[in-house]
Design a binder for this molecule. Structure first.
Ligand code: ZN
Length: 292
């Protein structure tokens, strides 16, 4: 079974919920960027959240970007996702090595450090929606819970987790986002709060059964769950040599001419998937002809 997100409602639509298993896409990201375990955990958590938040958008062409701009040694994270389960992302420094935290877990909080979380939604309107909140713990799930409460005014609970194998490949990854609708009754709210308190580790639950349905059964225990949609998700990048060439053309004649005069091939890197594109001097000359 590949990675998948489920969209669900519970307690008579007083709750909307998303849960994801993202083991394969997190492993894809790890391989693409050759990330250390702490960097893999941080990136995998944000990719999981990004994939779910992408699916929350309605339009085919809607695009979500989540940026963590922070002071820690990871040097920030950027993730983008669309509404169809395509997600990609990168960290500023993939080599971060840190001792385990007090709980013996990968220390994502220290890797991330203090800073801000930006959520940018391009919904095809004149201006994109931009929400910015301060990071609360740098554990990412807490920071997104805070973001939903303050920036979108939706009381939410976010859980994210990445567990590594001893050989530093990804063993488990996934998460959930559960949101209370404005008409949620007191009893539903307190039941959810109690459930969430009991869920101390997403990856412990995934170790029992790595299915998004099972995650929701735990988070929404005692409530009637209605699963509405199942969306496959993947780590994928839409870069291509043509796109990179377009970017090169747009830097202008002066810079292009300088590159040609140097007489060396140039190599450009896509941050999102870490793929390299090489342009020979002859190709640069062709681009110069297309440049204005
Ligand atoms: Zn790419």
């Amino acid at each position: 079974m590949g990675d998948v997100i489920i969209r669900a409602a519970a307690a008579n639509h007083q709750i909307r919920a998303f849960a994801a298993v993202t083991k394969e896409l997190t492993e894809e990201a790890r391989k693409a960027h050759n990330t250390s375990p702490a960097a893999t955990a941080a990136l995998g958590r944000l990719l999981s959240a990004g994939a779910m938040m992408g699916v929350m958008m309605k339009g085919e062409k809607d695009l979500l970007t989540i940026q963590i701009k922070s002071q820690g040694p990871l040097k920030g994270i950027t993730v983008t996702a669309d509404a169809n389960g395509n997600v990609k992302g990168y960290v500023g420094n993939p080599d971060v090595i840190l001792p385990a935290n007090a709980k013996g877990k990968l220390d994502v909080s220290t890797a991330v450090g203090d800073g801000f979380l930006n959520v940018i939604k391009d919904l095809g309107l004149k201006d994109p929606y931009i929400g910015q909140t301060a990071l609360q713990t740098g554990e990412i799930a807490d920071d997104l819970t805070y973001y939903f409460a303050t920036s979108e005014q939706v009381p939410s609970s976010v859980g994210l987790g990445v567990l590594m194998e001893r050989n530093n490949t990804v063993r488990q990854a996934g998460g959930f986002i559960v949101q209370l609708m404005p008409f949620a009754e007191e009893g539903v709210i307190s039941q959810l709060e109690e459930n969430v308190r009991k869920v101390t580790s997403v990856t412990d639950i995934l170790e029992e059964k790595d299915m998004p349905e099972y995650l929701l059964e735990r988070v929404l225990a005692g409530m009637e769950i209605e699963i509405n949609d199942k969306i496959p998700v993947r780590f994928t990048c839409n870069c291509s040599k043509e796109r990179v060439a377009k970017a090169l053309i747009s830097i202008g004649r002066k810079d292009l001419t300088e590159m040609i005069d140097e007489g060396k091939e140039i190599e450009l890197n896509c941050h999102f998937c870490n793929k390299n594109y090489t342009f020979q001097v002859d190709e640069l000359r062709q681009l110069l002809k297309q440049s204005k």
